[in-house]
Every structure is written in C-alpha cells, then in structure tokens.
Design a protein. Structure first.
Length: 329
C-alpha cells in the first residue's frame, strides 16, 4: 500500500499492510533537529520520519493576548469577556480562493502518495481559549447569549472552510478541540450536551457532507463525555492520553467502530525515557492496540521541541520494525 491507502484503510477500521504513522504536529525546532537543516519540504520531513500523513492548517484565529518565552508562545489574557468585545472577532475570508492556495499547492505536489489532513477547530476550543475558562463559566450565567454568539461565529466560519476542503484535495479532517483536563472534562456533561453539542453537530454534519473521514483530537480524560462526543460521528479519536485514559479499554469498548490514533507517552517516554523504553512502548501499542487494524500510531499529542531527538528517531525505527502486520520480530 502507499501511505494514503494505508491511512484511509485504518480510518475505515480495517487492517492495512502495516500500522500507519502520523503526527498532528511537530514543533519547528524538532523538525530542524530531525532534518539537520532548515530548508526542507513537508514531504521531505515525512520521508525522513516515515510518516504516512501530512497536515495542512485551516485554523481560526484566537482572540487572545499572548506572551512569549524563548521557545513558545502562550496565552496571557483572553479578549472576549463581554458583548462589547464581539467587534474584535475578525476572521479570514473563507470564500477567498487565496486562503486555500498554499495547501492546494502542497497537496498537488505530492498527490497520491501521502494522506493529507486538514487541521481545523470545531469551535469549542477557540471559544474556551478566547473567553478563558473562568470567563466562559461566568458568561454562562451573566451573558449566555455571548457564549452562543461566539460559538456560532466560530462554527459558521469553520463550516464554510469545511465545505471547500474537497476542492483542496485533502483526504481527511483532523479537528483540534481540547475538551478535558487529565482529571475529566473542563465542564459538566450537561454543559457539553446543552451548550456545545448543538453547535458542534452542525460542523460534524458539514464534514460528513464532504465524505471525508474525520479524526478528533482532545487531550485529557474524555470518558465522562465520550459517548456524547461520539454521537458526532467521527472516524478516529486522538490521542487517548496515557494516564487519563486507558487505550486498551477504549479499544475494547469502541475499537469496532472507531480508529484509535496515538498514544506514545509524552510525559515520560518520548521526553525523559530511553530509546529502549520507546521501542518497548511502540511494540506494545502495535501488538495490543493495532491488532485487527483500526489503529494509527503517533505521539500522545504532537512531537514537541522538548522531546529527545534520539527518542523520536527510536519511535520511527520501532514503528518500521514492528509495524507490519504479521511481523513480531
């Protein structure tokens, strides 16, 4: 199989020739370490790492004030606190063909080989980040219409983007909306059902209308809301964070209808472990979770700049060694 076929087969909860390897993202500093230079294409990076997929971004803006450390940008203050702040919400024009040009050139240059994923946000995560969790919580009582308006503006913009993705030529959608902490969801199941789900379902319907398969990302412990979340009809779930969630339990309960994507540990294995520990964890995930197909291996979020380079390369090599179905050597 070529990479594109391999990914689409796994997303259909079937067994390809080997377990696919994809990442939702790789920090630029780590990309440069992997390549040993800073002048490379996404396809060259994918070939070096043995990735089966490449992602392209169609992410909405966040309305926040940011700070900067030596390595990372971070959110200092959310900007949407009252109805007066709605005037700040300015989006790129989703009907402008130029908005899609860069992604389309990348897809066209590598058409047929890699699986291309469009990274989007459904609307929950940018709403929470732009309001702040505390501000969101107060607004549920003080300005309930504000929450609805912000969610609606995000979801309406994303729907317009999603409707144009088939023309770009992408093969699947990868939505990035964190909904949970390690201990559980950021809000009650009731708030998820009553506030978020009706809006998210509109984006889900737009994705389904394209015919593209869909992976959803959220860190943390999703178990209290997972059955509700899965009513949206996504094909894959990422990253099933180790510790908060047990990927073997998720495989047993949902693996017959859901492709699992993840979950090589970032808290220890890739960041502080040894290459031998990385190899052992990769082998375990492939043998336990990959059995029967419906599994795409990746880090348990993204490959961050603080991962050890030797561990990232050990993950690549272990996937190549153990990933082929029928191969346990």
């Amino acid at each position: 199989m070529i990479s594109r076929e391999r990914v689409l087969t796994a997303l259909a909860v079937q067994q390809p020739d080997r377990v696919p390897f994809m990442e939702a993202g790789i920090d630029w500093e780590m990309q440069v370490q992997i390549m040993g230079r800073d002048d490379f294409t996404p396809a060259e990076l994918a070939a070096e790492l043995g990735l089966d997929g490449i992602t392209v971004d169609f992410l909405p803006p966040l309305f926040v004030e940011t700070g900067q450390t030596s390595a990372h940008e971070f959110i200092e203050h959310p900007m949407l606190a009252s109805p007066d702040d709605l005037s700040r919400m300015k989006f790129p024009d989703p009907t402008d063909p130029a908005f899609y040009d860069e992604a389309k050139r990348l897809v066209d240059a590598n058409r047929g080989q890699y699986a291309f994923g469009a990274r989007i946000r459904l609307g929950a995560s940018p709403t929470l980040m732009s309001m702040g969790l505390e501000g969101f919580s107060y607004a549920l009582l003080d300005y309930p219409g504000l929450v609805e308006t912000i969610l609606e503006r995000y979801t309406n913009w994303t729907i317009q983007v999603v409707e144009r993705l088939p023309a770009v030529g992408v093969d699947f959608v990868w939505s990035l909306d964190d909904l949970a902490y390690k201990t559980g969801p950021m809000f009650s199941p009731q708030v998820f059902r009553e506030v978020f789900l009706p809006h998210l379902r509109k984006v889900a319907d737009a994705i389904h209308a394209t015919g593209l398969p869909w992976i959803h990302h959220s860190d943390g412990n999703l178990m209290p809301i997972l059955d509700d979340l899965l009513t949206l009809g996504m094909n894959g779930l990422h990253p099933i964070e180790p510790g908060p969630m047990d990927i073997n339990e998720v495989k047993q309960r949902y693996g017959h209808r859901l492709c699992l994507v993840g979950n090589i540990d970032l808290h220890y294995t890739l960041t502080r472990g040894t290459p031998a520990e990385v190899e052992a964890e990769v082998r375990d995930r492939i043998e336990q979770v990959g059995r029967g197909g419906g599994y795409i291996i990746s880090s348990a979020n993204t490959i961050t700049s603080y991962c050890k380079l030797e561990n990232v390369l050990a993950m690549r090599d272990a996937i190549a060694r153990y990933g082929r179905y029928g191969n346990s050597s």
